[in-house]
Design a protein around this ligand. Structure first.
Ligand SMILES: Nc1ncnc2c1ncn2[C@@H]1O[C@H](COP(=O)(O)OP(=O)(O)O)[C@@H](O)[C@H]1O
Ligand SMILES: [Mg+2]
Length: 365
């Protein structure tokens, strides 16, 4: 019986999700969660580090410290609310903030594990991706093993797909035989968020209302789908290095005529839907699809995905009792537990690593 904390701050740059989890043998339970929004200036500093720029070594260390203090504050708030002493927590699993993901060379998640351990007096597990990459893998996605632990059922009649729609999107396939597959499918919310910020000055399209009011431009959709990443076979993973506002604006500049901003919004939303649907259909023509990540809260996106995958049963994870915004943070609590117990946590057929590896670096509290 043990408590673990999981923390995720993803490529959407919306903020930090923190969860407190209780594990007892094979049972796991969410006890409490906390979300801290990034303020616009912090978000801008992170975004500025996602591309090469001057003095980035200094700025990345300063930002790691700043983020690690926020990670610690979120944990302290959660533990005070729950009246649980730090001593009772076995470890914190903190993903850190990705600013570069360039497999097979390197991946960078900003975090100062020593500072987080110092401020919380709890063992910290971080740097989850680099060991998988050292073994020849993409270092991503890491959530499929957790999706299996959470969603695999013994009485499954067909495949279950878990779709995580964060800044980027990834799928996990859980088969009846108990195998796990998975890979990134491309952009999740990242292009929608950037377009919404540019034209409406809002960080995201609440419920997908703006996208729902436009018209799909099928020529633009086909052009966006012609990007090489969508044709690559798995294993594959991606990030803001490829899919960002610059990518979208380059694609738009190749068009003969300008398209109304609202129609671009509808079309980039459909790009997320179509790229996810095609990857699922490459693996099976029916099954259950469980959607999690912040994209599950975009009603227009969910309706479009349900319509597109009409031979599948499409559910939002909350229909199975799991708030879609908590699942990735829950995964990092579970990944920390795997590390502390010296269990392999990557899925080699997902990441392309040579074999199973224990993931993470431990900073003793
Ligand atoms: N009510 C909502 N309507 C539409 N989109 C939403 C809503 N709530 C969250 N989102 C989307 O979810 C994103 C955050 O998702 P998240 O799973 O935290 O991604 P990441 O792991 O990349 O941080 C937001 O940037 C936004 O695009
Ligand atoms: Mg997030």
């Amino acid at each position: 019986m043990s408590y673990y904390i999981g923390q995720m701050s993803g490529t959407s740059l919306d903020g930090i999700d923190t969860v407190l989890m209780h594990f007892d043998k094979d049972q796991m339970r969410l006890i409490a969660q906390h979300h801290l929004d990034f303020d616009p200036s912090l978000k801008a500093s992170i975004l500025a580090l996602c591309n090469g720029s001057s003095d980035e070594l200094h700025r990345s260390f300063v930002l790691s410290n700043k983020l690690s203090k926020l990670y610690a504050n979120s944990i302290q708030v959660l533990l005070e609310q729950q009246k649980i002493p730090a001593n009772d927590i076995t470890a914190i699993g903190c993903h850190g903030q990705t600013v570069r993901h360039k497999p097979p060379e390197y991946t960078v998640q900003l975090i100062n594990g020593a500072l987080l351990a110092e401020n919380c007096s709890i063992d910290v597990v971080c740097d989850f991706r680099s060991r998988d990459m050292a073994a020849g893998g993409q270092g991503a996605p890491l959530v499929p093993a957790f999706h299996q632990a959470l969603f695999q059922q013994t009485d499954m009649m067909t495949d279950t797909f878990v779709v995580n729609i964060g800044g980027m999107a990834n799928i996990s396939r859980l088969t009846v035989q108990g195998d796990t597959q998975g890979h990134d499918t491309g952009p999740g919310n990242v292009l929608m968020d950037a377009w919404c910020q540019l034209h409406l000055n809002k960080s995201f399209d609440e419920n997908g209302d703006w996208a729902a009011s436009g018209q799909l431009n099928s020529g633009l959709l086909e052009q966006l789908l012609s990007e090489d990443f969508f044709k690559l076979p798995p294993p594959k993973s991606t990030g803001r290095e490829l899919f960002d506002l610059n990518w979208l604006q380059r694609q738009l500049s190749n068009l003969d005529a300008a398209i109304p901003a609202v129609d671009v919004m509808t079309t980039v939303t459909q790009l997320t839907v179509e790229s996810i649907a095609r990857e699922i259909e490459n693996l099976n023509n029916r099954g259950q699809v469980i959607v999690c990540g912040g994209g599950a809260l975009n009603q227009y996106l969910m309706t479009s995905l349900t319509k597109r995958l009409q031979h599948f049963q499409v559910l939002e994870s909350s229909e199975l009792g799991h708030d879609p915004q908590n699942i990735e943070a829950m995964a990092f609590a579970w990944l920390a537990k795997q590390c502390i117990e010296r269990k392999c946590a990557n899925v080699p057929q997902v990441t392309g690593a040579k074999g199973g590896r224990i993931l993470g670096a431990i900073y003793p509290g």
